[in-house]
Each structure stands twice: as structure tokens, then as C-alpha cells.
Design a protein around this ligand. Structure first.
Ligand code: ADP
Ligand code: MN
Length: 382
């Protein structure tokens, strides 16, 4: 399996990778992030422990477990070349096989990395959240007012506090980190300051893309500015007002559900992001008759699609027969995900400690809820 540079990262460090089929997302990271994913996955598998403080809300509806909001964790590698130990290698190979990646059995043990980069950090291997999408827009919003870990250096604490205090991070607990927008002729991008973005042709999606960098969010101090950026993002398509309206309703519902999850999950995140992903390919949107899911199941659906291909066009799921078309319609058209767990921790409480939700992260989600609610009021109730 050969890895290449991942080209649709909305923000973050350079050096993220993907495979030829664009099914994997591989990121050089800290051991802390790998531990977080491993622990969440392990706890979710053991006794069906979903980490939730309680299973249902006051209305008796199920609260969505955290695992549904984060990318599927497939394994990790070290020093780029060979998976760390037999167990991890197994997970990786099994998953790669499930994803239909290693038809070529003689190279499934070694992963070739691009030659021009040196990878010294461990690599986390995740589902590529954009797999299944044709021409997505992607928006990364960093959550929290406190952006530093307890054990950060004095210099780092000062630097991050300055960023927080001079932007929307401080007062609202959120900041736009970056965007990848499909470029449309009918949209005026000059509204964005020219030092905030570049334009590039994307050879995979066969269209131009606008990359909005972190300076946009660094320049924003009011929630209104974040709200305007969100609206710009949601309207960056040509599928009509119906699509914008659906996106707004669905993302608001997702934010509300994610708030409920975090209010009942014993984790502490620092500097994590919410990733907004939306399809702009009109064919996909109309083929699905504008029908979208609130919580995606894309990783499983894509696995079934692979099976479908191998089985000559159909696959059996729980006694029902599906073809490529009916499966494709189950892929999401938009989704909200929590990402970036380099400083995240599970904080299991015991008899002596009371459960405390992650107020620092929740603050940003409440601001997002206000933002999207404001857009809906502005567009539809005037
Ligand atoms: P960093 O630690 O460098 O900030 P992130 O985990 O935030 O790394 O990832 C950087 C960018 O990569 C994000 O802004 C997002 O656009 C993209 N990204 C992260 N995880 C995935 C994933 N599983 N699938 C697709 N894209 C992802
Ligand atoms: Mn990030």
C-alpha cells in the first residue's frame, strides 16, 4: 500500500496522508492521541461500555455515544514503515482487508511513505471522513477557551493564552481554523481578505478549491464574524436554497445531540475541533433526493460497497439484498465530527470524584448553537 499526501485538510499541520483509494486518513501524532483512540475503542467494546454517564435524556431518548462522533480508529504505525506490534499490525491489516485495500498480498505488510518527508512521530490511521464524498466543503472549528494542556511549557501557555484572548476563542470558546471550499463561478470570494486564502486545482475532484488558512480565524473577535463564516460555508454550493436549509437544520440538530453526548461523557478535550463536511456535487445530492442522515454510518456502508463490488453487484445485510445504488444512497451527504485528540483524556470518576462535563469544550458548542440559530432566524424569520 502506497501513501500519498492528503490534500483536503481544512487546517492543522502538514504531512497528513491518504492511500490511493482515499479510504484512509493517516496523521503523524502524539502517543496521547493514539492512547485516546485506543482507550475509547476498548471501552466501547468491553461490555458495550459506551462511556456515557446515563443512557437516556429527560425525554427518554437514547444519548448518542461518543464513538459515533469521532472517526473510526483503524490502528497505528511507527517510524512510518511497519506497524508497531503484531496486534496492531493485525488490526491494521484486517481493517485494510475489510476496506478492500490489500488485493496485492505481497506488499500489505509495508506501507510506503512519500519520499520527500521524514516521519519520526507515530502515525494514527483513521477512516478518511471524506471517503464517499465527491466534491466536499470542509470546515474546521477549534473548541475551547483554554487551549493548553496542564503540562505545557510556560512559553506555550503564554502563546496560546494570547491567541485565545485576541480571538473568538476566549469569549466564545470557538475559532475558525480553516476551510476547504469548492470554488464556484457564481460566488464572490473577494469578500475574504486575499491573505486568508489561496486557490488550487484539485486533480482528484477535478475542480478548483479555495483553501482558507488560519489567519481568517485569527482576525475574528465577534461571534457575528464566525456566524458569517458559517453561512458562507453552508451557501458554498449550487444545489439551491433547499440544500442550504437542510444543512442548517441538520447541523443544528447534530450540535444539540453532540452537546448532550458531551454533557454525559467523562472526557476532557484540549484544542479539539468540530469538523463540518458537506457535499456540493449536485448529482449526489439529487440522487439521494436531498435525504441525509444525522449520524453517518459511512465507514460500514463503504465496506459493504466494496463487498458488493466483489460479489458481482449485490450484498446481503441481515437477510436483505442491496445493490450498489441502494447502498450509495445510505452514504451521508453531510456530517459533523469531533477530531484532533492530541491533548484529550478520559477522566473516569470514582466514589470520591463527582462527574464533571468538559465545560471548556461545551462553551464552544453552545456558541455554535447560537450561531446556527441566528442564521436560521436571519434567513427564514424576517
Ligand atoms: P492537527 O493536530 O495537525 O491539528 P487534525 O487532527 O486537526 O490535526 O487534522 C488536521 C485536518 O485534517 C483537519 O482540519 C481536517 O480537515 C483533516 N482531518 C482530520 N481527521 C480527518 C479524518 N479522519 N478524515 C479526513 N480528514 C481529516
Ligand atoms: Mn487540529
Amino acid at each position: 500500500m502506497e501513501l500519498k499526501l492528503f490534500d483536503l485538510a481544512a487546517a492543522g499541520h502538514d504531512g497528513t496522508l491518504s492511500d490511493e483509494n482515499n479510504t484512509l486518513f493517516v496523521k503523524p501524532t502524539l502517543t496521547k492521541e493514539i492512547n485516546f483512540y485506543t482507550n475509547i475503542q476498548t471501552l466501547s467494546q468491553i461490555n458495550n461500555n459506551n462511556l456515557l454517564n446515563k443512557e437516556t435524556n429527560d425525554e427518554g431518548e437514547s444519548i448518542i455515544p461518543l464513538i459515533n462522533w469521532i472517526p473510526t480508529f483503524l490502528g497505528c504505525m511507527e517510524e512510518g514503515i511497519i506497524a508497531k506490534d503484531a496486534n496492531q499490525k493485525n488490526i491494521l491489516e484486517k481493517e485494510a482487508e475489510k476496506l478492500g485495500l490489500n488485493n496485492n498480498t505481497n506488499n500489505n505488510k509495508s506501507i510506503k511513505l512519500p519520499k520527500d518527508k521524514s516521519y519520526t512521530k507515530p502515525l494514527v490511521v483513521l477512516e478518511n471522513l471524506l471517503s464517499g464524498y465527491s466534491k466536499p466543503n470542509v470546515l474546521d472549528i477549534k473548541l475551547g477557551s483554554i487551549l493548553h494542556d496542564k503540562d505545557a511549557s510556560e512559553e506555550k501557555i503564554q502563546r496560546l493564552n494570547t491567541v485565545s484572548n485576541s480571538t473568538t476563542s476566549g469569549p466564545f470558546g470557538l475559532r475558525v481554523c480553516g476551510m476547504k471550499l469548492r470554488k464556484f463561478e457564481h460566488i464572490d470570494y473577494s469578500k475574504l481578505n486575499s491573505s486568508f486564502y489561496t486557490t488550487n486545482y484539485d486533480p482528484i475532484r477535478k475542480c478548483d478549491y479555495i483553501s482558507v488558512n488560519k489567519l481568517l480565524g485569527r482576525s475574528q473577535t465577534t461571534l457575528k464574524q464566525v456566524t458569517d463564516t458559517l453561512l458562507f460555508f453552508f451557501e458554498n454550493h449550487s444545489a439551491g436554497d433547499q440544500w442550504t436549509a437542510m444543512l442548517l437544520t441538520n447541523f443544528l440538530e447534530r450540535i444539540n445531540l453532540l452537546i448532550e453526548t458531551l454533557e454525559n461523557t467523562p472526557i476532557k478535550l484540549i484544542s479539539s475541533s468540530v469538523l463540518f463536511i458537506m457535499e456540493t456535487d449536485e448529482n449526489r445530492i439529487t440522487n439521494n433526493s436531498f435525504e441525509d442522515v444525522i449520524i453517518d454510518n459511512d465507514n460500514d456502508v463503504l465496506t459493504y460497497l466494496e463487498e458488493c463490488e466483489e460479489n458481482g453487484g449485490t450484498v446481503d445485510i441481515d437477510g436483505e439484498n442491496y445493490d450498489k445504488e441502494s447502498l450509495s444512497q445510505q452514504l451521508s451527504l453531510s456530517k459533523l465530527k469531533l477530531i484532533d485528540f492530541g491533548h484529550a483524556q478520559i477522566v473516569l470518576s470514582n466514589k470520591n470524584t463527582k462527574f464533571e462535563p468538559d465545560h471548556n469544550t461545551l462553551k464552544g458548542l453552545f456558541s455554535l448553537k447560537r450561531s446556527i440559530t441566528n442564521i436560521i432566524t436571519q434567513l427564514y424569520q424576517e
